[in-house]
Design a protein. Sequence first.
Length: 309
Amino acid sequence: MSGNELGMFLRTRRKGITPAEAGLLTGHSRPAGLRRSDVAALAGISVADLTSIEQGRDPHPDPPVLAALGDALRLTPTERMQLYQLSRAATDTGSSRPHREVRATVLALLRNLEPAPAVLLNNLSEVLAHTDGYEAVGGPAGLLDGTPPSQIRFVFTDSRARTVYPDWECIADEQVAALKRGPFRADPAIAALVDELTVTAGEAFTRRLHTVTGPAGATGVARLFHPEAREIHLAYETLELPPADNQRLVVYLPADRAAAAALARLTTPGPTGAHRYAVFGPVLTTDPAGTDPDLPQPRRPGLRLISGD
């Protein structure tokens, strides 16, 4: 298992760009990808410095060097953020425990997203909160099993996952890319999860640790197989919360008319007409005494349903 994620990221990008794409003129045939000397010249650094970064001997290069490498490799804005986050991993000590606190305003946002399927995830891809719509779509498929439910554990260790996700290979890549955002193994909680999945998921997981360099896709269309509605095509958007939360909100929308009809059937409220949202972990509120019935009680762990009337 490689501990040099920054070096792997740079090597992968260097080998994936052609001289022409990088603005280099060549008068003879060359293998695909750029040589270290090409990237070093474009970035204005020495070959020795670039070699040191790629081999992990300089895991925390200065921001100007990172910016120059981003320019040389024609990185997208998302890839540049990934480059920066990977450079921080060497000095970021991370947190000792998973962050599972959910702010009351985030829960209010979930309430207002009903009946759309929406789920709040932390950096371990644990499900911290979700709408009724998400439960209707993902619950019967097994996506909410576990305490707390874990998307990455489901994808790599649940026998139903390859049926639930017809495009399982892509989903598995995205899960590893999401796990590798930020400090990655410098965070003890992520390091422990990586060790767990190395044992429980085996080669399907460990191979991706070496080949998937991220970043995870923030938008796209996912195919999901529902026991009742069969295959549903869902467009998704990922919204990053402030860095202190270290959480992301994923909202799903129907990608076609068949999906719209299926979601309408699955998310129709029951006889009470009240939507609910589920929360796992301590909930931060502005009502510490618990006197407001419209707010969840503060810091009471566990998975529970809260009325949205």
